[in-house]
Design a protein around this ligand. Sequence first.
Ligand SMILES: Cc1ncc(C[n+]2csc(CCOP(=O)(O)OP(=O)(O)O)c2C)c(N)n1
Ligand SMILES: [Mg+2]
Length: 619
Amino acid sequence: MRLTVAQALVRFLANQHTERDGAEQRLIAGCFGIFGHGNVAGVGQALLEQRDDMPYVLARNEQAMVHAAAGYARQRNRLSTYACTASIGPGSTNMVTGAALATINRLPVLLLPGDIFATRVASPVLQELEDPTSLDVSVNDCFKPVSRFWDRINRPEQLLSSALAAMRVLTDPAETGTVTLSLPQDVQAEAFDWPDEFFARRVWHVRRPPAEPERLAEAADLLRSARRPLIVSGGGTIYAEATDALRGLAEATGVPVAETQAGKGSLPYDHPQSVGAIGATGTTAANAIAREADVVLGVGTRWSDFTTASRSLFADPDVRFVNLNVAPVDAFKHAGLPLLADARAGLEALQGALEGWSADAGHSERATRLAAEWDATVERAYTLGHGPLPAQSEVLGVVNRVSGPRDVVVCAAGSMPGDLHKLWRTRDPKGYHVEYGFSCMGYEIAGGLGVKLAAPDREVYVMVGDGSFLMMAQEIVTAVQEEIKLTIVLVQNHGFASIGALSESVGSQRFGTSYRTRGGDLLPVDLAAVAAGLGADVHRATTVAELEAALREAAASPRVTVVEIQTDPLVGAPDSEAWWDVPVAEVAGLDSTRAARAAYDENKQTQQPYLSPREKVTP
Ligand SMILES: Cc1ncc(C[n+]2csc(CCOP(=O)(O)OP(=O)(O)O)c2C)c(N)n1
Ligand SMILES: [Mg+2]
């Protein structure tokens, strides 16, 4: 079949599917894009010809469209994603941040940046980087460290092997992340005689590898030896649709379950075994259990510094880790016992191997009691009655109350991710979507767009701070154009509440974290008017009652709605009683910094390497 490289690629992508547990879906559901000279005549022309087979969505910013693809992929448990086409030069490099976000969060996205001529006849072309040491380098080489697979298609026939390799990586649960196929603009338009088999319908089976029996037996022995066990559930539990298996294991054994940011929603917040969020933004319940834990079963977690409170949280000097993970890179962390397996397969097998065993009843009861105490703390935070402006925790309380159990809350950066992790009452495994691998300001609205595309039957509540809104609000226009409903809660606190509080804690006096004139006045900036200007319906609320009324109106409306609420940035959420390692200046002229450094040195003592080989433990 004689087609251009771009036509062949689009036709190929429209024929790719995934399958897990017998259910099939499109791997590449559609394509986001922004056209320029680097893709308009190649990929753009192909998308025009095949617009019935490959839905096209015009985005406003290339970084944002990658966020939308990542949000989509996460909501679909990594079984389906979007492609993103960009022009050469800035259009492409704009996607680098999105590429990093997807790879760090282990989410599949397919990037198709345009590239400079393979023939080089017209070089240097507009937006070409001229590297004096090599003509083989372009700005698209920036994608290499943030991609799980990267290739440049310099000749048409290279696409055959490259496209297949790209699909394999996208659908591999251990390797997945950003896949970049760099497409020189001349090659995109070049014709070639393609073998018909290239366009055959392909179904990529997403595997559920079982654990090795010997490792499973070892893990079960270790857990049986535990006096104070804890399960830490990460994003892998949710992507593997292993939440029922987790609940089964927890109920059969009485082991408490804590949740990372990506794992929040693994159990409903009020499940008797749930101790909620863990780590630097955790609950006092999960953190108290973690401090004493002797055996920790991590499921689908990459053990970020937030989860381990920078390796200070698991304080038992003999603590041992079992890492149930499909990815070797995570399974071997903390010198743990690597239980390399799909989360669901591994949890079900563990429940079988632990038949007849349960955790000490006193331990389980203590966890349940601590979780109940934390829930009372949440209730107080939801209903503080702070004035004149409400506290952020009250805003979260209203959104939690107004939203339905299956609705999705979306957030990424600022003070809200931590507050949501601690305080949000999750009721559905797909109801909580906080991007905290990269915690990228600007993800919120774009990511929310992807979530809503992936789950049109759920209401999507995007929680965005004024700082994040200023970085990237423009996908409101895309949502309006595509008639994708979002409810966006814009929390206006005139600057960085998060980094302001962090700055204060490291003795830096909130320097450079508030939006004020040189004279100290609030800025004459009206973000609600910006949202209206971008085409959204807008409500302005100053009290929680007004917020609730506005959200109820938004829930009944089919349109993109932005509800702005002013809050007091100085009221923090209840304390996690856990540390986060942010190094403080070792020498300073300021007393505040010197005091912070003294506290830092003390906290530093609590950090552990987690190096003990598991062999030291004999059950
Ligand atoms: C792209 C990006 N730049 C910088 C940061 C560091 N950072 C984290 S939170 C934050 C401030 C966020 O402000 P806002 O959205 O208003 O939320 P608030 O802290 O007020 O809750 C900054 C600058 C980041 N996470 N992402
Ligand atoms: Mg702010």
